[in-house]
Design a binder for this molecule. Structure first.
Ligand SMILES: [Zn+2]
Length: 133
């Protein structure tokens, strides 16, 4: 994978995790950092502790790109990095979702969250339909 620094690009560091309710989790992405090189982005990630079952995505991005061909590949270079800071081909979403469900179960068991906290808009709509029937 080419280093994009020579193009004047940046690496956007995004953290990804499952969020929402246990039944209908979704992927929640948040930008945490911007680095001028892939190496600097990886060094930053390796200093941060994140929960197992979450991961990072690095996106190569060239701001104000005027070259149309290069602009079309903007943010298409994605490097996946696991919670331990290792570059991986792809995150293991099956394990990530199971880890999310297990963590949520512990939060419910220890009453950090209530059953109602673990209900999303879909869950609430399904309950309303059942009550009407
Ligand atoms: Zn739900």
């Amino acid at each position: 994978m080419p280093e994009r620094k020579e193009l004047g690009g940046v690496w956007i560091v995004t953290h990804v995790e499952y969020a929402g309710c246990t039944t209908h989790p979704h992927l929640d992405r948040m930008v945490f950092h911007v680095a001028s090189t892939r190496r600097a982005a990886l060094a930053w990630i390796r200093k941060i502790h994140v929960e197992p079952g979450t991961w990072w995505e690095l996106l190569a991005f060239e701001p104000d790109c005027v070259d149309r061909e290069r602009d079309e590949t903007n943010a298409m270079t994605v490097v996946h990095v696991d919670a331990r800071g290792n570059v991986v081909r792809a995150p293991n979403r099956t394990v990530a979702r199971a880890t999310f469900a297990a963590r949520r179960a512990r939060e419910l068991a220890s009453r950090i969250l209530t059953r109602d906290d673990d209900r999303c808009a879909f869950c609430r709509r399904a309950t309303k339909r059942k009550r009407r029937a």
